[in-house]
Ligand binder design. Structure first.
Ligand code: SAM
Ligand code: SF4
Length: 333
């Protein structure tokens, strides 16, 4: 029985991309993502290895082609390589990707690649040592740079940096980050901050920096050429005149609503299936898989039903208001 293409929402969008948060924990405390003092989930509330692989298999049987592991910091999970190896073997999965803060890549880049991961997103907001420590509260820039070098040596199909730009804080790092990705033949996406979780480190309305403002900074040194590249994600891509090695993307949840082509859903570390990043509607897959451990058909039916509730679009604005109480580390960025 073919079960492909069963995940089509009421707006005709086919869901082919699942982002799985495999832990809410992290070795950093980035100011836009977490509060300084966080309480993390007890272990039994997280999905275990077997549950994650079973759920991933169900989704691939329903037509999902791409899975990205995220968190929290996915690489702090003890069984991460066992997990990527399990997922790497799923038939029907074309792309296995990870979003990481890069701090543990020096050791893990090769095992990740060998287990089947082909695409890496590495978050890096500044190349200034002192500022890196301020933004991440606990991180060391040197470790991330070593992680990026290790990943480059391994030969991933793509390595993209993610940079959240805050006005008056790290907007002066846009040009150094551009220089860095060109020198290292990497891609980069600049991200507008999203109002997820209540934070006290800064006023989001004051630090909001739109993608258009970031583009203006880049244009002082580089010529951006609109590109037809579409990775199926929310980023709009540009190439840079005179080079062919790096793509520059802009993820603009405020200024450029990307919902029309949304092909993704998210699984939180607690096993809640979120239909939209900017919406609280969820299906409790942890409860279902624990209640019906050997009945994938029950989960499939519930998932197909839930997709019918995927909202048309999110409703963020840049007033600094918090619409979603979940922090990004819970949601899986
Ligand atoms: N720890 C990993 C990392 O930092 O790449 C993966 C999880 S992190 C939540 C995923 C992405 O979400 C990162 O690129 C981070 O910069 C971004 N992010 C976190 N909080 C955000 C927010 N409030 N607005 C926009 N992006 C955010
Ligand atoms: Fe951790 Fe990533 Fe959130 Fe930073 S953005 S605190 S690295 S989960």
């Amino acid at each position: 029985m073919t079960e492909q293409k069963q995940l089509i929402d009421p707006f005709g969008r086919e869901i082919t991309y699942l982002r799985m948060s495999v832990t809410d924990r992290c070795n950093f405390r980035c100011v836009y993502c977490m509060a300084e003092d966080m309480t993390f989930l007890p272990k039994q509330k997280l999905l275990c290895y077997e549950e994650l692989v079973q759920i991933a298999q169900i989704f691939t049987e329903l037509g999902v082609k791409k899975i990205r592991l995220t968190g929290g910091e996915p690489l702090v999970r003890q069984d991460i390589i066992k997990l990527t190896s399990g997922l790497g073997k799923l038939s029907g999965l074309d792309h296995l990707a990870i979003t990481t803060n890069g701090s543990l890549l020096k050791k893990l880049a090769r095992p990740l690649y060998e287990s089947g991961v082909r695409n890496l997103n590495i978050s890096l907001d500044t190349l200034d040592n002192k500022q890196f420590h301020q933004v991440t509260r606990t991180g060391k820039l040197k470790k991330v740079l070593e992680g990026i070098s290790a990943a480059k040596r391994v030969g991933f199909e793509s390595i993209k940096l993610n940079a959240v730009i805050l006005k008056g804080q790290n907007d002066h790092q846009v040009t150094p980050l551009m220089d860095f990705v060109l020198e290292n033949e990497l891609d980069i996406s600049f991200i507008e901050e999203m109002p997820l979780g209540q934070i006290s480190s800064h006023d989001r309305a004051e630090t909001f920096c739109s993608s258009e403002e970031v583009k203006e900074i880049i244009k002082q040194n580089y010529q951006l050429i609109p590109s037809t590249v579409n990775t199926g994600g929310p980023a709009r891509y540009f190439s840079i005149a005179g080079t062919s090695t790096s793509k520059v993307g802009f993820i603009s949840p405020h200024s450029n609503n990307f919902c029309g082509s949304c092909n993704r859903i998210r699984l939180t570390a607690e096993g809640q299936l979120l239909l939209c990043l900017g919406n609280e509607d969820a299906l409790d897959l942890r409860a279902l898989i624990r209640r019906y451990p050997n009945q994938p058909q029950v989960l499939k039916e519930q998932i197909i039903h839930a997709i019918q509730k995927k909202p048309k679009e999110h409703h963020f604005d840049n007033s600094g208001n918090v619409y979603i109480l979940r922090f990004m580390n819970m949601t899986g960025g």
